[in-house]
Every structure is written in C-alpha cells, then in structure tokens.
Write a protein that binds this ligand. Structure first.
Ligand code: GAL
Length: 321
C-alpha cells in the first residue's frame, strides 16, 4: 500500500468583520440586535439590541431586547431575550410599544446590571418620549422592568449611556422634539437621573448619540435627524462630559461617507486590553422589512484633534490600530 504524503495544511480562515453583510450567530441565524449597545463584563462582551420581526410593524417591540455574547467580538452566541415585552396591554412594555436603542451598564456598588432604553408607549406614536429602566442580577437577564419616565422632566428619544473612569454615568439623549441633546448625570445606582443636567448642540437635531473617552478627552458621534433614512454623521469633542462640546466634521471617510455608509450610529466600543482601539457600531435600517437590517462595525482612527471612521470592506482587530 502506498503511503500518502503528509496532508497539506488546509488554510483556516481568520475571523474578520465584513461591514454591511449578513452576520450569523453561532447557530447560523442572522444576529437580531438592532440599535444596540455593548457591555464588557468579566472577559465577555454582551450585545443588547432591538429584536426585529419581518414585517412593517416589526420595528415596534413585538418580542423585546435580545442579548448575544462573545469572547472575541467575531463569534456571537444567542443568549435569548433579556427583556421581554408584556402581554398586558396596559403595561408600559405592552407588545407593540416602541422600544429602541437599549444600553446596559454594570453598577459595581450594587452588583446590578441596569438597562436604559428609549420607550414610546403603545399607541402614542413617538409622543411619549420616555426612557425605560430595567434591572438584572445577570448580564444575560432576565431584566425586570422598573419604570419609565421623562428624564429631568424632559422629552427623551434616541439615547446612549456613558460611564466615566470614576464610575459616574451619563445619559445623552435627543430632547426638545430632537432639537437639542440633553446630558444628565445618573444617580450612583444608575437607576435615575440625579438632577444634574445640561444641554448641548441647541437646534442641531442630533440623533443616534454615542460617546467615548480617549486621550483624556470625550468624543461624540451621532447623526442628523432623518428617521430611518441615513444622513452624514456628526462628531464633537469636549474636556468634560457636560461640555462645552465643540462640533467637528463628518468623521466618515470613503464611499458613501455622506450617508455614514448607509447607516446610523448606535455605539462606540472601547476594546478591552487595547487602549487605542475603538469600534464604531452602526445600523443599516430596512424599515419595510426591519429584520433585514444589517450592522456596520468599523475601527476608529485618531488624527490631530479629531477622529475618523474610514470604510473597510473587511478588517480584523489586528489591523485596527
Ligand atoms: C431614527 C432613530 C431610530 C428610530 C427612527 C424612527 O432617526 O435614530 O432609533 O427612532 O428614527 O423613525
């Protein structure tokens, strides 16, 4: 019998990000976590987002907030629904309400995971303009709904949360019918706003806010206000979370930079263990069939006094610096 040559090694594809393409979870199902936010906790990333369904009404919360987990940011396991809607039509989270842009923080003092999201009560269109709060003992949930309200008494739609190095947390939210961004410091337990708040970008109609800290400064990325249709990204810088915020220009570079690569910001992720690596996370909305919406994740680069988001067809974390 002839002995075979030693097998030629089969090249194993290195994992990479492919912005705007279908992204399957570890079960082979497209990831369903839109308008999302990420949390890094004890070596694991958790991705929370709006669970969409395949019909025009699928932008309304028919299911709840999904959760996925990953140790490397490429491969995501489905952890199920972290916060379900309610079957009670009088509940704030009644099936068919509008629940958008969930963001989760871990509170070191209380040991609780705290979720904030944009909530519009069932049947009120976008007029309730509230935040909703839910709490869990575990990052994957189940989260228990606590309450919904207008933070500091003001309208609140697109939102994000930002935690500073001193554990102080801030809400950035589109207020005054989206005209002006409001910034509120949260209470130490992250369950409420503290009463300390300010306004930024008056009359600029900023939406889809995301905030991060790099090089001792605070950076903002967001969008204009054109509903599901994409527009040019906005950026800004400040020395403190409360500002004053100095607006910069559109940070996107490359094809379709004028429409944020046909997407809208939702979060900026500081990558654990890589102090200069920040990922820009955005959604490509498909309002007629929302479940088709895709994700655009790109690395941020820093240049003199500003940051940029250059388009890449594919990329991996080793080339992101
Ligand atoms: C977008 C916003 C989304 C959603 C949508 C509704 O501008 O960023 O989160 O609210 O409008 O039209």
């Amino acid at each position: 019998m002839q002995t075979q040559n030693p097998a030629t090694p089969v090249p194993v594809a290195e994992p990479c990000f492919v912005p705007g393409q279908v992204w399957n979870d570890t079960n082979g199902e497209p990831i369903n976590a839109h308008g999302g936010g990420l949390l890094y906790h004890e070596g694991v990333y958790y991705w929370y987002g709006e669970f969409k369904i395949a019909e025009p009404e699928g932008n309304k919360a028919q299911v709840g907030v999904s959760c996925y987990s990953s140790s490397n940011l490429y491969h995501w396991g489905n952890e199920g629904i972290a916060l379900p809607v309610s079957e009670d039509p009088h509940h704030d989270l009644a099936r068919g309400c509008i629940l958008e842009r969930p963001k989760v923080l871990f509170n070191r003092a209380t040991g609780k995971f705290v979720m904030w999201f944009h909530l519009e009560l069932l049947g009120e269109g976008y007029q309730s303009a509230r935040v909703g709060i839910a709490v869990s003992d575990s990052p994957t949930g189940p989260f228990a709904f606590r309450e919904s309200f207008r933070p500091d008494g003001a309208m609140s739609r697109d939102l994000t949360l930002f935690v500073d190095d001193d554990a102080a947390a801030y809400l950035f939210t589109a207020s005054e019918d989206n005209r002006t961004l409001h910034i509120s410091r949260l209470t130490d337990d992250y369950l409420q706003t503290s009463g300390e708040h300010t306004q930024a970008f008056p009359g600029r109609y900023m939406e889809a806010p995301a905030v991060f800290r790099h090089g001792g400064r605070y950076w903002f990325v967001g969008s204009g206000c054109t509903g599901w249709a994409p527009n040019a990204a906005r950026s800004a810088v400040a020395d403190r979370p409360f500002g004053p915020w100095e607006e910069l220009d559109n940070p996107c570079v490359g094809p379709d930079a004028e429409t944020t690569f046909s997407a809208q910001s939702t979060y900026v992720l500081p990558v654990a263990g890589r102090p200069d690596t920040f990922l820009f996370l955005a959604d490509r909305w498909t309002p007629d069939n929302p479940i088709e919406g895709r994700y655009v994740w790109l690395p941020i680069t820093f240049t003199e006094g500003r940051f940029q988001i250059p388009w890449r067809d594919t990329w991996d974390l080793n080339e992101s610096r």
